[in-house]
Design a binder for this molecule. Structure first.
Ligand SMILES: Nc1ncnc2c1ncn2[C@@H]1O[C@H](COP(=O)(O)OP(=O)(O)OP(=O)(O)O)[C@@H](O)[C@H]1O
Ligand SMILES: [Mg+2]
Length: 278
């Protein structure tokens, strides 16, 4: 498995704090996959993302982008931030322009995209994120969920090589969440690597190809959703929930489940349930 981004024993503490937010963190993001980054509050997920785009640099250890250590010179950082898109946990940190339309077109204009194409791409992503009716509304008039959708639209529209999403579904209603996931799947099919930090274990289980679990600034588990969530004890001791579908599946008699792979979505669960009960 080729890694697009890797951290080699990186340690970091925020100015004025003693504890390490990242503590010799060693992990790899597999290229072309959908990775869920899990871990309780304060485990280091957002701090890792800020290291990926060079906003923070480690006190020790190295960050590798495409197998090459970051050097943090200005030219490299500029390119890095075109190649890696980060949707911040807090949309207020991300949105600096006046309206959603301005925000979404800004990055495209910076990337030198011709004006007619900018308009088409901006309108398409505003539609996808269900904010086209808010395109020219002042951002400070929007609700938190609407702001989050603008922040997502502004980064998704740029189609970077690696997309880092920090709690992208927080504040989103059901429909917006479903549409976001469909959009992410579309982007993923185009070969873009995705990483999503999330507290939603049901989503991580259903969506991810690969899961990384952080605890106290270290990566304590890495594996497929099936591998990670089969370790109930470890999951619980890290303060994470077992995905509901898997929990229900495991409640069925073992004889019914034998030879079958655990379902990852409700439709598959229904089919398997009918087979098991037949
Ligand atoms: N700006 C900051 N100044 C000082 N300490 C910080 C700052 N941001 C984060 N930390 C500390 O760094 C550690 C890691 O925080 P981080 O925000 O990376 O966690 P997280 O896994 O993203 O948590 P959450 O699930 O709450 O988003 C925590 O102990 C936190 O208190
Ligand atoms: Mg965070």
């Amino acid at each position: 498995m080729n890694s697009i981004l890797e951290t080699l024993d990186i340690s970091f503490s925020y100015p004025g704090t003693k504890a390490n937010a990242l503590n010799k963190l060693k992990l790899a993001i597999p290229e072309g996959k959908r990775t869920a980054l899990c871990g309780h509050n304060g485990s280091g997920k957002s701090t890792l993302f800020l290291h990926a785009i060079g906003i923070h640099s480690p006190a020790s250890g190295q960050v590798l982008w495409n197998n090459t250590p970051l050097t943090y010179n200005r030219k490299e950082l500029k390119q890095l931030r075109q190649d890696i898109g980060l949707v911040f946990q807090d949309p207020e940190q991300q949105l600096i322009l006046n309206t959603p339309y301005e925000d979404v077109t800004y990055g495209l204009r910076n990337a030198g995209i011709p004006e007619p194409e900018i308009k088409l791409r901006a309108e398409a992503i505003l539609r996808t994120m269900r904010i086209e009716h808010l395109a020219h509304t002042p951002i400070h008039h929007l609700s938190l969920g609407q702001k989050k959708r603008v922040a997502l639209a502004g980064v998704l529209v740029l189609e970077p090589k690696l997309l880092l999403l920090d709690e992208p579904t927080a504040y989103l209603d059901r429909i917006s969440e479903q549409q976001l996931i469909e959009e992410l799947d579309r982007i993923h099919r185009r070969g873009i690597t995705l990483v999503m930090a999330t507290h939603d274990m049901n989503l991580a289980y259903a969506w991810a190809d690969w899961i990384l679990v952080l605890d106290q600034g270290q990566c304590v588990m890495a594996g497929t959703p099936a591998e990670i969530f089969s370790n109930t004890q470890a999951i619980q001791s890290l303060g994470l929930d077992k995905p509901m579908l898997l929990d229900l599946w495991e409640a069925l008699p073992e004889t019914s489940r034998q030879g079958r792979t655990a379902p990852r979505n409700v439709e598959d669960f229904k089919i398997l349930l009918q087979e098991c009960l037949a």
